[in-house]
Ligand binder design. Structure first.
Ligand SMILES: NC(=O)c1ccc[n+]([C@@H]2O[C@H](COP(=O)([O-])OP(=O)(O)OC[C@H]3O[C@@H](n4cnc5c(N)ncnc54)[C@H](OP(=O)(O)O)[C@@H]3O)[C@@H](O)[C@H]2O)c1
Length: 342
């Protein structure tokens, strides 16, 4: 097997079918999504719902068009027959309830990461989506970028040999604003659900976790996790070391060490800028760079993936499967339990 990095097999988002999106929660990430959707795809924002009419209106002025509907509730967007698919972009604590409402209304749903606050809620959303026959996906956008596509091809090819170890981290120093959602336990704050999910999802993508061996870390004054390290034992016999923090920056990188070769993903882990393939002697065999004008531009790839899936009549993404969202949630529950104990 040639030890070279494959090219991405993704088609440009502009080639994906056009969809009418309904946005719930016109905050920070919704703005990035709107910008990226308009820049990269042929889809449009059909309706926006906020707890405030003015905030919806402001958002629509920037990212909507003359036909975009402005609502002062989330329910109106969910019930709007012109909306094909709902993008849930409120803080984590609101994901499960809104996803269940959208599914009950027969709408397809893209739920921002994390899908919900815990495995119990995630299972409920998955079961409801499957029973209703609608498309449901967690917004783990990193996988839907060209870099994610290349990483998945490398893993599937077996070119790394037997996987021995995975290292992945995401630490980012957030402003110490104890009133922000990042620090608020009621909104699902803390490193684990916000940034820790990226290295965990990376590790689960390479190899499903069998058990959590250990997790320990520090809590904030508000009682959410500030930083943690977790060690996982995986189904294939490999181990994974995960670090995440909201109080310090970290390399935000990942590597997979195999018996034949290793793969390094350079910062940032959520949208890797460069891949390095090394042979078993450590020599560099191949590299590939990935450029984006801004990380947010990448969200259009995620929106396009949803459009491709719907165009093919799928109710689940083969790239971000629901069982994997559940596996991530189960691992995060175990880490949260350990962090409270240790
Ligand atoms: N994919 C990524 O790269 C990425 C990056 C950042 C965040 N996210 C995810 O996106 C979600 C939202 O994050 P964000 O940073 O965009 O959050 P945010 O700006 O703080 O909030 C998003 C919107 O949610 C609505 N909202 C509903 N209930 C709320 C409450 N109780 N408190 C505050 N706002 C509430 C607000 O809109 P209205 O009041 O106008 O309705 C707010 O503007 C999170 O789950 C996060 O994990 C993903």
């Amino acid at each position: 097997m040639p030890l070279v990095l494959p090219a991405s097999t993704l088609q440009h988002p502009r080639k994906a079918p056009a969809l009418n999106w309904g946005i719930l929660g016109p905050g920070w990430i919704a703005a990035e999504f709107g910008h990226s959707l308009n820049t990269l795809t042929r889809s449009r924002i059909s309706a926006v719902g906020s707890r405030s009419f003015e905030r919806s209106e402001q958002f629509v002025k920037r990212y909507g068009d003359s036909a975009t509907r402005v609502y002062d509730s989330y329910t109106q967007v969910i019930e709007d027959p012109a909306v094909d698919v709902i993008y849930i972009a409120v803080p984590h604590s609101g994901h499960a309830d809104l996803a269940m409402q959208a599914i009950s209304a027969g709408k397809h749903v893209l739920v921002e990461k994390p899908m919900t606050l815990n495995a119990k809620q995630t299972r409920q959303v998955i079961d409801a989506g499957r029973a209703a026959g609608v498309f449901v996906m967690e917004g783990m956008w990193s996988r839907l970028l060209p870099v994610g596509n290349v990483i998945q091809q490398v893993i599937a090819s077996g070119m790394l040999g037997r996987i021995i170890s995975i290292h992945a981290d995401f630490g980012a120093k957030f402003p110490e604003d104890l009133t922000s959602r990042i620090y608020d336990p009621a909104l699902g704050g803390g490193a684990l659900l916000d940034v820790g999910i990226y290295p965990i999802a990376f590790s689960v993508m390479v190899s499903p976790a069998k058990e959590l061996l250990h997790a320990s870390g520090r809590m904030t004054q508000t009682g959410v996790d500030a930083s943690f390290t977790a060690v996982l034992s995986n189904d294939d016999g490999s181990t994974a070391n995960i670090f995440s923090s909201i109080e310090t920056d970290s390399p935000q990188a990942a590597w997979i060490a195999g018996t034949e070769a290793s793969l390094e993903v350079e910062r940032p882990i959520y949208a890797g800028s460069k891949l390095v393939l090394r042979g078993s002697d450590g020599s560099i065999l191949d590299t590939q760079k990935f450029t984006q004008d801004s990380p947010a531009r990448g969200l259009g790839w995620e929106a396009a993936h949803v459009a491709w899936c719907l165009g093919e009549g799928l109710t689940e993404s083969p790239v971000m499967p629901l069982d994997e969202s559940l596996a991530i949630a189960v691992t995060m529950d175990q880490i949260a339990t350990d962090l409270r104990r240790n």
